[in-house]
Every structure is written in C-alpha cells, then in structure tokens.
Design a protein around this ligand. Structure first.
Ligand SMILES: NC(=O)c1ccc[n+]([C@@H]2O[C@H](COP(=O)([O-])OP(=O)(O)OC[C@H]3O[C@@H](n4cnc5c(N)ncnc54)[C@H](OP(=O)(O)O)[C@@H]3O)[C@@H](O)[C@H]2O)c1
Length: 362
C-alpha cells in the first residue's frame, strides 16, 4: 500500500511524516517546493515527489500509483480541491487535517462522486475534529433524542505558523454555528460561556471550527455550537475583529499579517510533550434534559499527528466506507480512545449549570 503525504515538509506535515515512517508506512514525501522537499527526503531517507497543484493532469499523474493521500498542506482552501479531484481520478483515498468549515462542506459535496469512484474522503483527521467528533457520537449514543450539541476545547497554546496563516486566511469569514441542520453565519465571538472542562469553569467563546460541520454529519443533531477557551487578549482581539473585519480582509493587510505570522516558530518538542487538551461536550433535548461528557488528551499537535496517521492506517486497511466519511462515523465513538494518552469518557448526567454568561454584542 502506498501513502503520499502532501505538504510533508510543513511543521505538522514533518511531525506526521516522521510518525508515519516510525509506524512503517514508508510514505512518499511530497510538496511543491523543490529545495524543502529535497532536504527532507535526504534527511528522512524516503522517496519524494515534487508537484504543484495548479494543473489537474499533473496532480492525477502524480497520484496514479498511490493508495491514499494524506494532505497536510494548509490553508486547505488552496489545496484540498485539486488533491480530492486527483484522488477521484486516480482512485486513491483522501485524508487531511483541515479544520476549515468551507473545505469540509466542499468535500462532503463530492460524496456521491467518491462513492461511485470507490474512494474514501475523510477530512479533519486532527485535533479538530477527531476528539470532538467522537465525543459528539458518544453523547448522541447516551441521549438519542438530543437536538442541541455544544462542544468545546480548552487547549490554548502558541500555534504553529501554518495555523496562524490559516486563521488569517479565514479571518473575514466571521463565525459559524449550525441551526436547524443548516450552517449559519454569526459574528466573530458570537457567544461566551463559562465551561467546566474538568478543571473549573473557564470562559470560552464560539469558534468556527470544523467540528460545527463534522459533528452534525456524524450525529444528525441539528443544532451545534463549538467553543474554545481563549485568554483575554485574544478574546478582545477577536471582538475587535468585528469592527476591523473589512480592513483585515483587505489584501495588503492580509499580506502583512501573513509575513508577521511567518516570523513565529511552532510549539517546541518540549512544549508538545508537556501540553494537553481538555474536551467538553453537552447534549440536550427540547425537553430540557442535559448531559455532559469530557475527554482529556495530550497536546493538540501530538493528537493531530497520532490521529492523522491512525486514520490513514485504518483507511488503508479498508476500515472506512467509500464516500465522504467523518472520523466517528467511520470508526465509531471509541476511536479516539485508541489514540495514545487519551482519557475518557468522563460522563455526567446532571451537570452543574454551565450557562451563557455574556450574551455578547449581538
Ligand atoms: N484541524 C486541526 O486540528 C489542525 C491541527 C494542526 C494544524 N492544522 C492545519 O494544518 C495546516 C498546516 O499547518 P502547519 O503548521 O504545518 O503549516 P506550515 O508549516 O505553514 O506548512 C504548510 C504546508 O502546506 C504547504 N502549502 C501551503 N499552501 C500550499 C499550496 N497552495 N500548494 C502546495 N502546498 C502548499 C506548504 O508548502 P510551501 O512551503 O511550499 O508553501 C507547507 O508544506 C494549517 O492549515 C493548520 O491550520 C489543523
């Protein structure tokens, strides 16, 4: 079985490539930059394949002998479409680590084509969305009549350059929730809640993370909100973004922000070894029944690396059906517990009130 890791020399791509090699997947390393790829190929002593994504014929040719593509090249708004198209033409399965809602929605839109082609499309094999999706599926099993799902992550840490770039790229999109089964645009920092992630209540804000898409497709629950803990300066910056959005989305400013993002390093090995994430989920019915479950995981970049490689192994083994798949939809809620160091599920039937504290600035 042949795996090709696209964007293998990026920050997360490198972590994933090294993990894939360690697990014996013998991946082809790939990306568009000749020098960066050559350096990595020499360093890791793996085969490499250089190709850019502009020409669909070149992409399809590059994937002709590949069984599964693992796309680590973000922002995925620029890379997912051509690689998914290449996979549909060559018959390779597709896995990525996107957390971008429009990208997930676009991949889901190709479900029927993928089914016809005998191809699995499984985006978001990362911190967002594997733990939250599995937690959502677990909550739906516990409370099958649930109509509303709130999910949250407490893991704030210095992000990698690529994550900063991806957030900047999507900065003008505002927030998003799911209501009545449909995605709904809401302002940035639409709501704030005090949430007990398992270590006391902390203020969290609504975030337009991929979980808003994925958890709905896994569970069928029509109303989904996703929260993340943010320290106060970041919350204020995001609130200000509402006012500044038209300026932020202007391309010279985006360019400057991207250049600024370019001077930051990703989290160090030591920081990754010490990091952790607390995952919270709440399901409720129209009749006011509410349940809560939690998970604790290692550092977000450790979870992302483990999730991406484990999902790829399972897809290669033929464990996922053809068509668009979500992590918990493909492998069940317990899948997250297969990842190294994940603890849970911690269930509560009558949770302490964890209510909206600040119906912010509608
Ligand atoms: N869902 C989650 O929980 C989660 C977790 C972690 C990271 N991520 C996402 O993963 C992505 C990668 O993060 P990172 O820290 O590894 O970023 P990074 O270090 O900047 O690496 C990005 C990689 O993507 C490639 N790339 C970007 N645009 C491309 C394009 N148009 N065509 C071809 N290659 C392209 C880059 O290649 P060049 O150097 O040639 O440009 C590089 O190899 C980000 O979008 C981040 O948000 C998601």
């Amino acid at each position: 079985m042949t795996v090709l890791i696209y964007g293998s020399y990026g920050f997360v791509g490198s972590l994933i490539a090294e993990e894939a090699i360690e697990r014996g997947l013998d991946p082809i390393l790939a990306g568009r930059d000749r020098e960066k790829l050559r350096e990595q190929v020499d360093d890791l002593e793996q085969p490499g394949r250089r190709f850019a994504l502009e020409d669909p014929r070149i992409v399809a040719e590059a994937l002709a002998d590949v069984d599964c593509v693992l796309n680590c090249a973000g922002p995925f708004s620029n890379t997912a479409d051509p690689l998914v198209q290449g996979c549909l033409e060559s018959g390779a399965d597709y896995v990525d680590i996107t957390g971008e809602i429009p990208v997930i929605e676009s991949i889901r839109g190709r479900d029927a084509e993928a089914d016809d082609a005998g191809v699995t499309l499984l985006p978001s094999a990362a911190l967002s969305t594997v733990p939250m999706d599995c937690l959502a599926a677990h909550l739906a099993d516990r409370l099958p009549e649930a109509t509303t799902l709130a999910l949250g992550v407490d893991s704030f840490r210095v992000p990698s350059v690529g994550t900063v770039r991806t957030v900047i790229e999507g900065a003008d999109d505002g927030g998003a929730i799911r209501r009545g089964g449909e995605l709904e645009d809401v302002p940035t920092v639409w709501r704030t809640r005090e949430i007990d992630f398992g270590r006391g209540a902390r203020p969290a804000i609504t975030m337009p993370m991929g979980d808003v898409s994925v958890a709905h497709y896994t569970t069928g629950i029509p109303n989904v909100e996703m929260y993340a803990v943010m320290p106060e300066p970041a919350r204020t910056a995001l609130k200000l973004h509402r006012v500044l959005a038209p300026i932020l989305s202007a391309s010279p400013v985006q360019l400057t922000l991207k250049l600024l993002a370019g001077i930051r390093e990703g989290p160090s090995k030591r920081a990754r070894e010490r990091g952790s994430a607390y995952i919270w989920g709440e399901a409720s019915t129209d009749g006011d029944e509410t349940i809560v479950s939690r998970l604790r995981t290692p550092d977000p970049y450790v979870v992302t690396t483990d999730a991406a490689v484990t999902v790829t192994e399972r897809v290669l083994a033929g464990d996922a059906a053809d068509g668009f798949q979500t992590p918990a939809g493909a492998f069940g809620p317990e899948f997250v517990l297969d990842l190294e160091g994940v603890k849970g599920f911690f269930d509560e039937s009558t949770p302490e009130a964890s209510s909206p504290v600040n119906p912010l600035l509608r």
